[in-house]
Design a protein. Structure first.
Length: 123
């Protein structure tokens, strides 16, 4: 884990590096996304399928919306290496929490669920 410096004004984690965002974008383009258990359940519940979540992530990136590094929950000031998070719009106006885990290869593991708190990451 590396140290996380929250963006001073908003109390937000740092944004993902451009290379990390590009890896997610390419994984979506090349169909190298695999769904974690939370995403499998919710993608079926939302009736959007794997293609729908890939398209939502690609659209989010294409609109230059924000993707953040994910802070470690148990270690103050640390971020989880290779873990990204974003507030992504699906189904016209429904916003969901999406976590993207970068692997050492080309694959990206995606977890997604409805927001569990009132505080959401900005898009």
């Amino acid at each position: 884990m590396t140290e996380c410096h929250l963006l001073q004004d908003e109390g937000l984690p740092p944004e993902a590096d451009p290379e990390q965002v590009e890896k997610v974008k390419m994984a979506c383009k090349w169909d190298k996304i695999t769904l974690g258990s939370s995403a499998q359940y919710h993608v079926n519940r939302w009736k959007i399928g794997l293609t729908g979540i890939r398209n939502a992530i690609t659209s989010h990136i294409g609109k230059r919306r924000k993707i953040f590094k994910k802070p470690a929950q148990d270690t103050k000031g640390a971020i989880m290496d290779g873990h990204l998070q974003a507030n992504i719009t699906i189904l016209d106006d429904m916003e969901v929490y999406v976590e993207m885990v970068l692997t050492t290869g080309v694959w990206v593991i995606v977890n997604a669920h409805e927001h569990t708190t009132a505080r959401r990451l900005p898009q």
